[in-house]
Design a protein around this ligand. Structure first.
Ligand SMILES: [Zn+2]
Length: 328
């Protein structure tokens, strides 16, 4: 090949690469967070920048209305910003591996419905689904608090307790789509004060969620004091040395430390990112390493426990990132 032909060939290759970079840079990823009260949309540019954000109320108890609301949001975004789109949806539950009908949705009319097939038919394109905890973890692993880690475990501590696993930028959903669902594992090493094992909505007793959800923390405080307080108020009371608040939070943190140690023993993430309402309790990041370490099967524990970077936006961002190249 003479130098002219080589230059021509090189120029073509360069042009193709430029076109590829152009198409990736200008491709939008639409993420939908389907919640019990609202449906949120973001359109992320190739660099993760939010180009559009919208939200509408979730039609209550109305499956067809929910599908229509999602489709209207996507079409509205397409009309507003133009370009190529992928669509990922964060849902409260997950499609069953037998037949694709939804399961484990705690607050919607999706259970038993072929949601993925229906929304794909409406939008005329493939759509990726993951539960909200998985979307949170993916978002924080790709460009959030776990950005530089190879193994990230995301924890939701809110109305419920959930989790997700991302390995080298790839969401690991598992054979049954329950990877990371540590909220319905039994609380390890129950102490006298942890008994009797509390019932859980899933039908089991002694689930981590039954001890560590926000409502569980509030119920424990109410049982001790007869008073109603939010987790944030309990933390404020503890800062003021209110004995009951301090004791309730310490018990909570000891339980959480033991439960997270099980996660570390099994998955050994470099980073655990906390999410959900209770992740706002700043003291958790100080106290948890000390409570977790004695139960980890290692003389040193390098796993970092960190707050989320994207906060409440992580779920919808992660839904968009379901179409990141590494998850394909
Ligand atoms: Zn349970």
């Amino acid at each position: 090949m003479d130098s002219g032909a080589r230059a021509l060939r090189g120029g073509r290759a360069h042009g193709k690469m430029q076109a590829f970079i152009f198409s990736v840079a200008f491709m939008y990823r639409i993420g939908i967070d389907l919640g019990g009260t609202k449906i949120e949309l973001v359109a992320l540019a190739g660099d993760g920048e939010v180009r559009l954000r919208q939200r509408v109320p979730t039609p209550q108890g109305d499956y067809a209305g929910t599908l229509d609301a999602i489709a209207a949001l996507v079409r509205g975004a397409e009309a507003e910003i133009g370009g190529d789109y992928t669509v990922g949806i964060g849902t409260p539950g997950a499609p069953s591996q037998s037949g694709g009908r939804m399961k484990n949705c705690n607050s919607t009319c999706l259970n038993g419905q072929p949601f993925q097939a229906d929304i794909e038919a409406l939008l005329q394109r493939p759509v990726r689904l993951a539960n909200d905890a998985n979307c949170f973890t993916l978002s924080e692993a790709i460009d959030g608090a776990g950005k530089d880690a190879r193994a990230v475990f995301g924890v939701i501590l809110g109305t419920g307790v959930g989790g997700g696993m991302v390995l080298e930028g790839r969401l690991w959903q598992g054979a049954n789509h329950i990877a990371g669902e540590w909220g319905h594992m039994p609380l390890p090493l129950p102490e006298a004060s942890d008994l009797p094992l509390p019932g859980c909505y899933c039908g089991r007793h002694g689930c981590v969620e039954a001890y560590l959800s926000g409502p569980a923390l509030q119920a424990q405080y109410a049982a001790q004091t007869g008073l109603t307080a939010t987790p944030a108020e309990i933390a404020t009371l503890a800062e003021g040395n209110a004995q009951c608040a301090m004791a309730v939070l310490e018990t909570y943190e000891r339980r959480l430390g033991r439960a997270l140690a099980q996660v570390v023993n099994l998955f050994d993430p470099e980073v655990i990112v906390l999410g959900g309402g209770l992740s706002n309790l700043a003291r958790l990041y100080r106290t948890l390493p000390e409570y977790m370490a004695p139960h980890v099967f290692s003389d040193t524990v390098l796993t970092r426990i960190v707050p989320p970077l994207h906060g409440d936006s992580s779920g919808v961002r992660g839904a968009a990132w379901l179409w990141a190249p590494v998850t394909g």
